[in-house]
Design a protein around this ligand. Sequence first.
Ligand SMILES: *Cc1c(COP(=O)(O)O)cnc(C)c1O
Length: 390
Amino acid sequence: MSVIPLSQPDISKAEIQAVIDVLRSARLSGGSRQSRFEDMMAELTGRNHGIAVSSGTAALHLVVQALDIGPGDEVITTPFSFIASANSILYAGAKPVFVDIEPQTLNLDVSKVEQAITERTKAILGVEVFGSTAGMDQLAAIAGRHEIPLIEDGCEALGGRHRGQPVGAFGRAAVFGFYSNKQITTGEGGMIVTDDDRLAQSCRLMRNQGRSDLLNTDTKAYQSLGGALLAHDRLGYNYRLSEIACALGIAQLERLDEMLMARREVASLYIRKLMDFQDLILPNVKSPDAMSWFSFVVRLTDQYGQEQRDRVIMGMRRHDIGAANYFPCIHLQPFYRHQFGYEKGAMPIAESVSQRTIALPFYTKMDETQVELVAHTLKVMLQREQLLRP
Ligand SMILES: *Cc1c(COP(=O)(O)O)cnc(C)c1O
């Protein structure tokens, strides 16, 4: 275990009590906590519907399925993301078409998106990488011009704002994930938000084995339908989220502002301590948007290569400090190369960036001493690299 882990959930007494209350109740799935959690997420993002599911990946899968994307279709997306964003396209049998990223914001380079659109393009899947929201409005405009849906993967940007709009408000639907390293956690969990009634209904059916959404067996509607619980309208999945997880999610959402503020403070501590390191490129904070910090990812300057970056990460880990290589390029993952024939050099900016990034420990409860220790250790590792230079 690391002395300073890469991430750590922030669970207060309120969350513990909320979970205990569920365990003492008679309903562990499909009850009032689910609808409350969904309503809170819909309100936060200014949407009509929230659909709670078992993970962010499940949320992406359902949205792609609900948009009837399938074999022969293409979806434009970024190679620089957590792999789940592109995998959801593969689940549907469609082809991810990668477009290179913009080196400052690390999001899709919007100036290159339009030329990748063909008659097979069925959607654009944009990701707010590390909480950076840049370009989401432009992606929405491009999608609008071409009459294709935008899917907003907001899994790393909950609570952020972009040009006056909350993250989650862009595109036909947006998705969030609540794994334990995200801004809020339910252990495992996810959410779809949308204004589209039909898409919401399809997602609700598919998360519950394709059955009509009458989880609440106390209602008259449910009782009058009798056997409706076993009527399966279409192929579905079990992507439900338990009441235990939903209760945790509600309590976490109630503390969202407080937790985002704490993350912002840790980010500014890092910026202060690392500002003078010549060999580092710090996260782009010039954007006018309200940033929701997911992680704190620095980049070595281009005198460094992947081998040196990996050695710096290993060195930090040997000092019990969590560090990670967020993200290796998706198009270069073996099964993507094998299936779609992507080669090195296909996405030069994403490839160059991804060889030099280092995610540093980042969580609400980090104090100045810990940030100082991380910064100091990073500096020692960089000095070591300079000695190793020929
Ligand atoms: C975390 C994350 C997801 C969803 O992950 P789950 O672990 O399935 O909840 C999807 N996309 C991105 C960009 C993420 O960071």
